[in-house]
Design a protein around this ligand. Structure first.
Ligand code: SF4
Length: 154
């Protein structure tokens, strides 16, 4: 019984330590297709300093990334590419929908635009706005960190 308690204690601490390490070493893949990209870049500038959250270093290979930032309008022609990028990422992986176009299709309620990327891939965090302010982006990032922290590993 004592051994079981000790094991349970250790695994909970291991979960916590791995969650802490993961949430401050985010390698993001920016899938940028439209105007939201400008505000995405602003978040990396010194005034907002996304580096404070350990998320300032984008990777341009999905195989080296653990968070997919989908930034901008996604057309139906682009949808298979987005799905392939997502499939190439290793587990564990997370997805952020950046801007109203990715969340719901936004203004583009038409035949050519995907009405929300969650119709193609699972989404963990939605950041609304057209475009979202950097403060909203950082808020979404902190919510994602909280989610990453609570993933059970052991
Ligand atoms: S949400 Fe607004 S700023 Fe972002 S891609 Fe759509 S139209 Fe452009």
């Amino acid at each position: 019984m004592a051994n079981e308690s000790a094991l349970s204690f250790l695994t909970s601490k291991l979960d916590s330590a791995i969650g802490w390490a993961r949430k401050y070493s985010i390698f993001q893949y920016p899938f940028v297709t439209a105007c939201c990209g400008m505000e995405y870049m602003a978040t990396a500038c010194s005034h907002y300093d996304i580096d404070r959250f350990g998320a300032g270093f984008p990777r341009f290979s999905p195989r080296q990334s653990d968070v997919l930032f989908v930034v901008g309008t996604i057309s139906h022609k682009m949808a298979p590419v987005l799905k392939e990028i997502y499939d190439q990422m290793c587990e564990p992986k997370w997805v952020v929908a950046f801007g109203v176009c990715t969340c719901t299709g936004g203004f583009y309620d038409n035949y050519s635009t995907v009405q929300g990327i969650d119709t193609i891939i699972p989404v963990d965090i939605y950041i609304p706005g057209c475009p979202p302010r950097p403060e909203n982006v950082l808020d979404g990032l902190m919510k994602l960190q909280d989610k990453i922290q609570h993933v059970k590993v052991a």
